[in-house]
Design a protein around this ligand. Structure first.
Ligand SMILES: NC(=O)c1ccc[n+]([C@@H]2O[C@H](COP(=O)([O-])OP(=O)(O)OC[C@H]3O[C@@H](n4cnc5c(N)ncnc54)[C@H](OP(=O)(O)O)[C@@H]3O)[C@@H](O)[C@H]2O)c1
Length: 318
């Protein structure tokens, strides 16, 4: 099927949830979904930032239905917040897809921990999304939906094995970021293997946005307001960088293209920019032993056991 990311298929009647939808890729993914007629649970940790992003969508997509976006407070670094957000979404019925996008992109210089006691980058980028995926599984199964995890080219540049995923030793901000993305990608593939084995009709796909910068992205009040210096610096990288609007394309394609399948990896054509294409994920993220180990780490750290049997029963209408 030919795919035009600027003209998506009609998504009327579909419902999606996007984490971190107040800025960056999550904002543009939400906007693209709304433009195609979908209803989107836009989620963020700060109510004011969430209101500004929803207002931006109302301005930029004036024909969207008044209830095209639903606000949801969700802090992926806080397991209590993940549980309560998921419960309110589950109460609303089936969910066609969830984009597990929120992330700390510029980690702190020194190691920090969350209120649950986990290293903050691993918790925000990987653990919170593992917990959310599990909590939303029955709602996704009810709609034969899909989940999309967000990886990164950084995992090919420095393929760290997250043998110590919480970095109790040897923390650095780059290592914390890359390890969290190796874990996120590996968990996305492991989820797909486990969903297939359990007969749950939910696809788990991984996508990455290449290299997408704020300074290459349209200015939008309350969503993207880079300084002139930032624009200048980012424009020097025009040959390899793209806007966050374009960076959202592979994420959205993985979420809605009927031809995208569970276990696949999607990204921009050149690796860092361009039209969305099927790609080959870095070898470390495809290592099944590492993925199985990370799944156990995530299960123990979050206390969330994915309800595979319950989700399979929802599907059978039991
Ligand atoms: N941009 C790239 O080139 C690139 C490349 C590879 C992968 N990625 C991945 O793409 C995703 C989005 O990146 P981006 O470029 O759009 O970054 P961004 O512009 O910094 O946006 C990050 C989003 O995540 C949210 N977030 C951060 N911590 C959160 C938390 N604890 N709970 C809920 N939301 C939280 C932010 O909300 P606040 O405004 O409240 O902080 C914001 O909405 C990340 O997973 C990143 O690793 C990006």
């Amino acid at each position: 099927m030919t795919w035009d990311p600027r003209s998506l298929p009609d998504l009327s009647g579909r419902t999606y949830l996007v984490t971190g939808s107040n800025a960056g890729l999550g904002y543009f993914a939400s906007e693209q979904l709304v433009r195609a007629g979908a209803t989107v649970f836009m989620s963020a940790r700060h109510p004011n930032r969430l209101s500004a992003a929803r207002a931006a969508i109302r301005r930029r997509v004036p024909d969207a239905a008044p209830d095209a976006t639903e606000p949801l407070i969700l802090d992926t670094s806080n397991l209590g917040s993940v549980r309560s957000a998921a419960a309110s979404v589950r109460g609303r019925g089936g969910l066609d897809g969830v984009l597990l996008n929120a992330g700390i992109v510029h980690p702190p210089k020194e190691r920090e921990t969350t209120i649950d006691g986990h290293e903050v980058v691993f918790a925000t980028n990987a653990l919170g999304h593992y917990a959310l995926g599990g909590e939303l599984l029955p709602a996704l199964a009810a709609a034969s939906g899909r989940m999309v995890w967000v990886g990164s080219v950084s995992t090919a540049l420095t393929p760290y094995d997250p043998i110590d995923p919480q970095l109790a030793e040897g923390y650095s901000s780059w290592r914390a970021y890359v390890q969290s993305k190796v874990a996120t990608t590996a968990l996305g593939f492991e989820a797909d293997r486990r969903l297939r084995a359990a007969g749950v009709p939910v696809a788990s796909i991984v996508a990455h946005p290449g290299y997408s910068t704020r300074g290459r992205t349209a200015g939008i009040t309350g969503v993207n307001e880079p300084s002139r210096v930032k624009r200048f610096a980012d424009n020097l990288q025009a040959a390899i960088a793209q806007s966050k609007e374009h960076g959202a394309w592979p994420l959205v394609r993985a979420l809605v293209d009927p031809d995208a399948l569970g276990g696949e990896f999607w990204g921009p054509r050149t690796g860092t920019r361009g039209e969305p294409r099927r790609r080959t994920a870095p070898r470390i993220t495809r290592d099944e032993a590492i993925a199985a180990r990370l799944w156990e780490v995530a299960r123990t750290a979050t206390g969330v056991r994915w309800p595979f049997e319950k989700a399979a029963a929802v599907t059978r209408g039991a």
